[in-house]
Design a protein around this ligand. Structure first.
Ligand code: DAH
Length: 341
């Protein structure tokens, strides 16, 4: 029996040492130490031993058991360490490999122009307002003195939501004048940039959705000279010192008198070229002195207060600012185009 035990021990120790993974190790543990294992089988034969030999043999079996258990434990630690080593090698991070440079975007040219405009007006004490693109016909037209039947109210120009023409996609940012008058304390100095909508086909200068920046001042003793001074400053800040402007008479329902402001063509200096379509001038915005009726409708006394307002197309301004020839480039988001700015 002693030899049998010694043989089991030698065999087991050598097998355990060679166990290549934890599954194999477990299999060996069961084979030698399990309930139906080889050592247990030996213990079961103890009945045939003499009373004197039995405890000695029992002790021997226990010693072998302990040493096999220790061997299992040792091998298990060894396998774990090897597995860890393997994982560390496999997952090693080579910090010397050059990194991937993320592609950084940047502001859209139209928003670069808008930020410049905002900065110019904020510098003069204006507040920037944001307003709804879904607007009441009342604010877009009536409160701006556009009478029923005014051509701008036509269904061929305007996106209405209902046949009563009560709700619409705003066709201009001018209703922000009314919203400002209704909600702010006098005096008022605001600009209000945002999207506007008109039923236009897309071409090099038109889009059914475009952006405007509205501006308005209401204070005491405000005159057309203030309007011209402020807008001339805007033109110089945007397009460079010495930019020449001109004011032409025009008509808008909500201003009296009304005008349009042109800037002299930066390309030809006023002589006439393809950029200005031979005109020498490029139209920039509509403006005027706020109509007394518009003030009255907002509950502001036109004998006490006066004001001026303007509305400029943002795409157009950006196109002039960055010498972009086609409006569609602003919306197409072709990165080859956008990367230039
Ligand atoms: N809302 C006008 C348009 O879309 C532009 C405009 C003209 C705005 C004169 C004004 C203004 O505030 O005073 O054509």
């Amino acid at each position: 029996m002693k030899e049998q035990i010694a043989k089991i021990k030698a065999e087991a120790l050598s097998a355990l040492e060679k166990a290549a993974d934890s599954a194999a190790l477990d299999e060996l543990r069961v084979k030698y130490l399990g309930k139906k294992g080889e050592l247990t089988a030996v213990l079961k034969q103890m009945g045939s031993l003499s009373a004197e030999e039995r405890p000695k043999m029992g002790q021997l079996v226990n010693e072998v058991k302990a040493s096999l258990e220790a061997a299992v434990e040792a091998q298990s630690k060894k396998l774990e360490a090897a597995a860890l080593e393997h994982r560390l090698k496999k997952e090693a991070l080579d910090v010397t490999v050059p990194g991937k440079v993320p592609v950084m975007g940047h502001k859209h040219p139209m928003y670069i122009a808008l930020d410049e405009i905002k900065e110019i007006f904020i510098g003069m004490g204006f507040t920037v307002l944001d307003g709804p693109e879904i607007e009441l016909g009342e604010l877009n037209f009536d409160r701006l003195n556009a009478e029923p039947g005014h051509p701008s109210r036509d269904w061929s120009d305007t996106f209405y939501f209902d046949t009563d023409e009560r709700v619409m996609l705003r066709s201009q940012t001018s209703p922000m004048q009314v919203r400002a008058m209704d909600s702010m304390e006098l005096p008022i100095r605001i600009i209000a940039p945002g999207r506007v909508y008109r039923k236009d086909e897309v071409d090099a200068t038109h889009s059914p959705m475009f952006h405007q920046v509205e501006g308005m001042v209401i204070d005491k003793n405000v005159t057309m000279a203030d309007l011209k001074g402020t807008l001339n400053l805007l033109a110089e800040e945007l397009f460079g010192k010495g930019t020449v402007t001109r004011f032409r008479p025009h008509h808008f329902p909500f201003t009296e008198p009304s005008c349009e402001m042109d800037v002299q063509c930066h390309k030809c200096g006023g002589v006439g070229c393809p950029t200005c379509k031979g005109e020498g001038w490029i139209e920039l915005l509509g403006a005027g002195m706020i109509h007394p009726r518009v003030l009255e409708m907002a509950g502001i006394d036109p004998n006490e207060w006066s004001g001026w307002a303007f509305g400029m197309g943002l795409e157009r301004t950006a196109m002039r600012r960055f010498k972009i020839a086609d409006l569609r480039l602003i919306f197409e988001n072709d990165v080859r185009f956008l990367e230039q700015f």
